[in-house]
Design a protein around this ligand. Structure first.
Ligand SMILES: [Zn+2]
Length: 225
């Protein structure tokens, strides 16, 4: 009898350890920013060079985060034909630009193949998708939306519904959508990890990507090689 009681105590102890282990494990999410056709091919709108070199890393990270019961979220640029961020919209007669700097070629038009996800990554692991922006006069690089103007995407609500604390950021592009997503995540008190092996810069100016990484680090993001 004593023998059984001893084993019961041991198992109880293990149960407590297991309980505290899960209690202190922080809930993680992997945010894959704008994994879309328009960013991936040289002859298309917003090509980011060498994107394909980071794909294996992202596929591995998806499985790693999943193995720790994390969630996988993708954001998608998702614009109407006459979106405010398109240079072509500027020339429409009935359109008056506001305080935007309009400079992008037409890209990621909603319900077109260009706005769809690229093949080649483990898309069956995606838990939730976030769209940004399907209204003509709203734009945001950040996957959270434009939080200063309270035009939020669904990302923060989704993260809170899973009690997420730690965000892993990957994909494109370092100095635009990744940077602003990290900036907002820190404002919203998430712990942020940027995986430099999982991001790529456009580098309109040669060091834009490096500068953005340094700024994200200064803001408080953990930068992993
Ligand atoms: Zn866009």
């Amino acid at each position: 009898m004593e023998k059984y009681l001893f084993f019961l105590k041991i198992n109880k102890c293990k149960l407590y350890i297991l309980f505290f282990h899960f209690k202190i494990m922080k809930k993680e999410a992997l945010i894959i920013v704008d994994y879309q056709n328009d960013f991936a091919h040289p002859e298309w709108s917003l090509y980011v060079q060498w994107w394909e070199t980071i794909l294996p890393f992202i596929n591995n990270l998806i499985q790693e985060v999943k193995s720790r019961s994390g969630i996988i979220i993708t954001s998608q640029d998702w614009h109407p034909e006459n979106h405010i961020s398109f240079a072509s919209t500027f020339w429409l007669d009935d359109f008056t630009p506001k305080d935007w700097e309009i400079k992008w070629p037409k890209h990621c038009v909603e319900n077109t193949w260009w706005a769809e996800f690229l093949d080649g990554f483990h898309s069956h692991w995606i838990d939730r998708k976030v769209l940004k922006w399907n209204k003509q006069d709203i734009d945001s690089y950040s996957s959270f939306g434009w939080i200063e103007k309270a035009t939020w995407s669904t990302l923060d609500t989704i993260l809170k519904s899973y009690n997420t604390q730690v965000l892993h950021i990957v994909w494109l592009a370092t100095e635009y959508c990744d940077y602003t997503t990290v900036e907002d995540a820190i404002k919203l008190w998430y712990e942020v990890i940027v995986h430099t092996r999982g991001i790529k810069a456009v580098n309109v100016n040669p060091h834009d990507g490096i500068i953005a990484i340094s700024k994200m680090n200064q803001m408080g993001a953990k930068i992993l090689p």
